[in-house]
Design a protein around this ligand. Structure first.
Ligand SMILES: C[S@@+](CC[C@H](N)C(=O)[O-])C[C@H]1O[C@@H](n2cnc3c(N)ncnc32)[C@H](O)[C@@H]1O
Length: 282
């Protein structure tokens, strides 16, 4: 387990993933009943953009920084940028110097009655996450395998909720096997929850069996993808996708309203593409 999100925080994939995450949590908040947010791979919460890891890759320059520099963003991207500024940290000149990960972006969206279960396997990352959350009693940090946690902790007492699955994909194809095994159990235990599964796109062929498997999910399946390069090279991250089960009403239209702008701002060559497809719709 070598993956450290500090090398990638605020990159194009985080912009895409976190804008969707915020939209899903805002939809859950729109109804009064309590919800539970489950983050199977939560990370450390706050990422230093001036630290050694981030400056070595410079990935946020081509991610969040492009949105910070843009005018006239669609509402969802503007909301995302404001939440990043509020959840991260800025220097005296208003420059973003720390980027908030999924738990810190979710935190202000939780109400008194809502809860979060955050799993992080790396001891140092889990300890940093506990510090970043400063003992918020609504958010429980579990230093454990997020896949096993789905079996152990679902369903939560709250009837509604969201499960974000955001693995490092170090095991490449093996990660899909782990995701599918864990989700088969989760779907049985909590069939009406929203599920959002992030995946990297290198070569398209590697994703096809996962998409086929998703057609057996317990509800509608919407897939959004953002490519910043053509998807035929296995050597680099060409894009990423989010597969969503049981999406809120008209969530496809919400994504449609900002994804083309994200593509326009984040694409680095002419192979960029934004896709939105129903894999299954009842
Ligand atoms: C892509 S990062 C998560 C980023 C975070 N969700 C965000 O959006 O800010 C993946 C994280 O999963 C952790 N991890 C790796 N394997 C895990 C496992 N089996 N269970 C839980 N966490 C794991 C890694 O240490 C890493 O912090």
């Amino acid at each position: 387990m070598n993956y450290r999100h500090a090398f990638h925080a605020g990159n194009f994939a985080d912009v895409f993933k976190h804008t969707i995450l915020i939209g899903l949590l805002e939809a859950l908040r729109a109804k009064p009943g309590a919800f539970c947010y489950v983050d199977t791979h939560a990370g450390r919460g706050l990422y230093d953009l001036r630290g050694d890891e981030a400056t070595r890759t410079g990935e946020s320059d081509e991610g969040i920084d492009r949105l910070l520099a843009a005018d006239d963003l669609p509402a969802a991207l503007r909301d995302y940028v404001e939440r990043v500024r509020a959840g991260g940290a800025e220097d005296g000149d208003g420059e973003l110097v720390a980027y908030p990960g999924s738990p810190l972006l979710a935190r202000p969206l939780l109400r008194e009655q809502d809860r979060a279960i955050l799993c992080e396997l790396q001891p140092e990352e889990a300890a940093a996450l506990r510090t970043a959350l400063r003992g918020d009693p609504r958010m429980a940090v579990h230093q454990r395998d997020g896949y096993a946690a789905l079996k152990a902790l679902l369903p939560p007492p709250q009837k509604r909720g969201l499960v974000l699955v955001d693995p490092p994909f170090e095991a490449q194809g093996g990660e899909y096997t782990a995701i599918q095994k864990a989700l088969e159990e989760a779907f049985r235990r909590w069939p009406n929850a929203i599920y959002a599964i992030w995946y990297p796109i290198k070569k398209r062929e590697t994703i096809v069996p996962f998409h086929r498997w998703l057609r057996n999910a317990p509800g509608d399946v919407l897939v959004a993808e953002l490519l910043i390069h053509p998807d035929h090279s296995p050597l680099r991250l060409n894009g990423c996708g989010m597969a969503m089960v049981n999406t809120p009403w008209q969530f496809d239209q919400s994504i449609e309203a900002w994804l083309p702008t994200a593509k326009y701002l984040l694409t680095t060559d002419d192979g960029g593409e934004a896709r939105l497809d129903w894999l299954r719709r009842s």
